[in-house]
Design a protein around this ligand. Structure first.
Ligand code: URP
Ligand code: ZN
Ligand code: ZN
Length: 472
């Protein structure tokens, strides 16, 4: 059936104008003023509302075996939460353990998502060890349409790769033309600092940040950049949390390293005092890299506005209170993660755009267009244009509400942003032309989402020549 979204203020990364959007089947077919539509067309009156391209979350965890437990969401609950919050596509980290075959892991993740997600999705394929079998599997996974890798420099003896594995992963990524995303913290330093703190009887969540200080993240970021430089690969730092790591990434970019930066919702709004709260209140706010000293927050906002931080994801990673309590006597056993897929757009709109620290076009760019461009989803996703998928968010800037775990769609019994006021929310959300959210309520088809297959887009480099040019 056709759909007409009428009279809204259409806002993209570049432009803003009043107009109508006509959708046939799954695609935008006309944009203009006072469009007419054939009988039988559903009309959504968007007068007084903003119309954004569907938002894209480039970093989520849904199925995640981690720290002796599993993240709580299913693809059904997480995608419903995503849509209510205006996210129409997410990219999930597919994270098999070191001992698992990459291809088996990939098929497990695909199987979990297939037919269960209400919005569209793609994967980043984590490389948690590198040998000839893994290499063959990775080639097959890229051929299947998963054109981005993930490496962890953190989580010793679990997800972390060593420098040799990092080198070979990036060489392969450069050859295949895929982008590699990276969690940048020095795994050995974290492990040693954790042991020192525990030996001093420092067991509470307030010791999580001191066990992974800013310098440890800056080192990881700088090492990742050096490996990118020497392999010619293109990289993307995930969940960058602090000014020293930002400086390391920006310095690398200035000397020509192909490095992009993501920061995630918690690092813009929460500081380490949240994790210093007593007992489970602190544990709810344990994630890695940790929440930082509050002096970092203005630096992240400025870098975001300036476009130095490319994207804003969530690192959605829901562990409930019972799971957080696994670390009651030992902060290293608190499952790491803070959920946010439902709240990213509303909180970034409220605390960024409404507070005047983030331009509305940069919001769209960082939360939709740039993730689409960096990860091979553009122009099908990430913009409002004739021929694009009709993933649209009709946004009500007059809505006033408060973030609360009560009634949230994500399968969790707490919300790390409890009590934060929001000034706006999606009223209607479409996925490929179908209304999945109406008046803020999920009304959609649970399994509508499709895996979006992507092509490698970072052409292989002649690394020797690149290195010679830089040396030269
Ligand atoms: O604390 C976090 N970030 N949990 C999820 C795993 C990861 O490192 O992204
Ligand atoms: Zn991470
Ligand atoms: Zn993550």
């Amino acid at each position: 059936m056709a759909l007409l979204i009428k009279g809204g203020e259409i806002v993209t990364a570049e432009s803003r104008s009043r107009g109508d959007i006509f959708i046939e089947d799954e695609t935008i077919t006309r944009i203009g003023l006072d469009l007419t539509a054939p009988p039988g067309t559903e009309v959504i009156d968007a007068t007084g509302k903003l119309v954004f391209p569907g938002f894209i979350d480039p970093h989520v965890h849904i199925h995640l075996p981690f720290m002796a437990t599993f993240a709580k969401d299913t693809h059904a609950t997480a995608s419903k939460a995503a849509l209510i919050g205006g996210t129409t596509t997410f990219i999930e980290m597919c994270c098999p353990s070191r001992n698992e075959d990459a291809l088996d892991g990939y098929n497990t993740w695909k199987h979990k998502a297939e037919g269960n997600s209400a919005c569209d999705y793609a994967f980043h394929m984590a490389v948690t060890c590198f040998d000839s079998k893994t290499e063959a599997h990775l080639r097959e996974i890229v051929r299947d349409g998963t054109a981005s890798f993930k490496v962890f420099l953190a989580y010793k003896n679990f997800f972390a790769v060593n420098d040799e594995e990092l080198f070979h992963t990036l060489r392969l990524a450069a050859e295949l033309g895929v982008i590699t995303t990276a969690h940048c913290e020095n795994a050995e330093l974290v492990s040693q600092l954790q042991q020192l703190l525990l030996a001093e009887g420092k067991t509470g969540p307030e010791w999580h940040e001191p066990s992974r200080p800013e310098a440890v993240e800056a080192e990881g970021t700088s090492r990742f950049a050096t490996f990118l430089e020497q392999t010619g690969a293109t990289g993307y730092v995930v969940h960058l949390s602090c000014a020293p790591a930002l400086r390391a990434a920006v310095e690398a970019r200035l000397r020509g390293v192909k490095i992009h930066i993501e920061s995630v919702l918690p690092h813009f709004l929460l500081d380490k005092s949240y994790a210093e709260r007593l007992g489970v209140e602190g544990m709810k706010h344990v994630m890695s890299p940790p929440l930082r000293d509050k002096r970092n927050l203005p630096a992240l906002w400025s870098a975001l506005q300036a476009g130095l931080i490319d994207t804003v994801g969530t690192d959605h990673c829901p562990f409930d209170i019972e799971q957080k309590l696994l670390g009651t006597n030992n902060f290293t056993q608190i499952p790491n993660g803070i959920p946010g897929i439902e709240d990213r757009v509303n909180l970034m709109y409220t605390f960024g755009v409404k507070r005047g620290v983030l331009d509305i076009h940069r919001l769209v760019d960082a939360l939709s267009t740039r993730p689409a461009k960096l990860f091979g989803l553009f122009p099908r996703k990430g913009t409002i244009a004739v021929g694009a998928d009709a993933d649209l968010v009709v946004y009500d800037p007059t809505y006033r509400g408060t973030i609360s775990a009560a009634g949230q769609a994500s399968n969790n019994d707490y919300n790390g942003f409890e009590g934060f006021a929001i000034e706006g929310r999606p009223s209607h959300v479409t996925v490929r032309g179908k209304v999945q959210v109406r008046d803020g309520v999920f009304v959609g088809e649970p399994g509508r989402g499709r895996m979006i297959r992507r092509q490698p887009q970072y052409s292989a480099q002649n690394v020797t020549e690149e290195v010679a040019t830089h040396a030269g």
